[in-house]
Design a protein around this ligand. Structure first.
Ligand SMILES: [Zn+2]
Length: 434
């Protein structure tokens, strides 16, 4: 008897709450909009669903399921002829300032205002290319990225959701410095806010960057292709310095991502606990095994080596840069293929700013050519990218509770991934951008 009573109470209780829920929904359809998706790429399951309905309130997704809408007066975005997928995430951009040129001192010739003004243009191009989120991994002049991020977030300008590093943590004369000036010429302090040579300096610079609004920390662990006088294979930050950086950032709930090409630097960074390795060009098998074991993310920019080779050669970029690009392009692709085979976490990142902004999806075909399936390539630029920085509560898939950052393309992206180079429609925050 008592069992029966409990059951009745439970049933009654659930009936009432359902009724209450229905009441709530029917009274509250004002402000809802509905995307009618012909095909929907479910990046969490790795499948494609047909004839789906995405319900949006404000800037968030509130429901996803089969198309059932009968209300003729509802606000419907008709993408029934399109493949619909989450907005893409580029895990390695440089939106601020001008794009790379033959003049390695060019960043010094722009004012902060010009840096940000160019950033505004670059951000809009990136968003309209279907990249609704970016991890912007560094600007030479500190905090210009934070200014741009805040302007985007306040709705003043069009751009992708952006997470910024504030500046590079780099050693004196290292891969994150502007170098090439005559002896004795001083570089303005704004370009050196992340320069650190000791553990104390690393910790103090990191505190300054986080205080100034950085979302994460970028440490330049080895030399760089594009910084004259540094070598990609050479270690610039030892393991103690990296570990100090990881610890200090963690105090504020932030991750460190490491710029690292060389095999030794990569292993030091992984052992020190960085969240991700950017580039990874000269990684050895030991490094790959270590990444797999620790779950470290690899963000390998496997497209832009071709761009640097073609455009850099044609425009007369310094011979040293072209040589280093040659030495790292194919090795990086081989590392990427091995990483995929081993099941290392990989996320999409392109180094935009080295090549023109808006071409971010050109790397998609490379992701497929060097080992991912088309679905995995899409996952690398959506849900995996989100997970690589623990952003999956807000972005990376079309799911309840996340931002309504959604793109649409004609045609079958799983047959031809290059279709993503020309996105037909972009929605961010529930608003159609184009
Ligand atoms: Zn970069």
């Amino acid at each position: 008897m008592r069992y029966f009573l409990i059951l009745t109470t439970l049933l009654l209780g659930s009936y009432q709450s359902l009724a209450a829920q229905k009441q709530l929904i029917s009274n509250d359809t004002v402000g809802l909009s509905y995307v009618h998706a012909g095909k929907l790429v479910d990046v969490e399951a790795g499948t494609v669903l047909f004839n789906q309905m995405i319900t949006i309130r404000g800037d968030r997704i509130v429901d996803v399921g089969p198309w059932t809408l009968t209300n003729k007066s509802a606000n419907v975005i008709d993408w029934s002829d399109y493949t619909v997928m989450p907005g893409m995430i580029d895990g390695h951009t440089h939106l601020l300032g001008d794009i790379q040129s033959e003049d390695v001192l060019a960043p010094l010739n722009l004012s902060p205002e010009e840096d940000v003004a160019l950033g505004v243009i670059n951000a809009e191009k990136t968003l309209k290319a279907g990249f609704t989120s970016v991890i912007d991994v560094g600007s030479y002049r500190a905090f210009t990225d934070i200014t741009l991020r805040d302007a985007i977030n306040s709705g003043q300008i069009l751009g992708p959701r952006m997470w910024g590093a504030g500046a590079y943590i780099t050693r004196t004369g290292g891969g994150g410095e502007v170098v090439g000036l005559d002896m004795g010429v001083k570089i303005p302090l704004d370009f050196r806010r992340g320069v650190a040579d000791t553990e104390e300096e690393v910790r103090s610079r990191i505190r300054d960057l986080i205080e100034g609004g950085a979302d994460f920390i970028k440490m330049i662990v080895t030399g760089a292709v594009l910084t004259v006088g540094t070598e990609p294979g050479e270690v610039e930050m030892n393991e103690d310095l990296i570990r100090a950086g990881v610890e200090e950032a963690a105090k504020y709930g932030k991750y460190v991502t490491a710029h690292a090409h060389g095999a030794e630097g990569i292993k030091m960074a992984i052992r020190a606990g960085v969240r991700s390795i950017q580039h990874g060009s000269l990684m050895d098998d030991e490094g790959l095994a270590l990444m797999k074991k620790k779950g470290t993310w690899l963000v390998a920019d496997i497209y832009n080596g071709d761009y640097i080779k073609d455009v850099g050669t044609a425009k007369g970029w310094p011979a040293e840069i072209l040589r280093k690009n040659n030495e790292t392009t194919e090795t990086q692709r081989a590392v990427f293929t091995k990483a995929v085979k081993l099941g290392v976490n990989v996320a999409y990142g392109t180094d935009s700013g080295v090549y023109p902004h808006g071409d971010n999806a050109r790397q998609m075909t490379y992701m497929v050519r060097y080992g991912l399936t088309p679905m995995q390539a899409i996952q690398s630029a959506t849900i995996w990218g989100a997970r690589s920085m623990s952003l999956e509560a807000d972005v990376g898939s079309i799911a309840v509770g996340k931002f309504a950052d959604i793109i649409a393309v004609k045609g079958d992206v799983l047959q031809d991934i290059s279709i993503l180079e020309h996105v037909d429609a972009v929605m961010k925050d529930g608003k159609i951008i184009q």
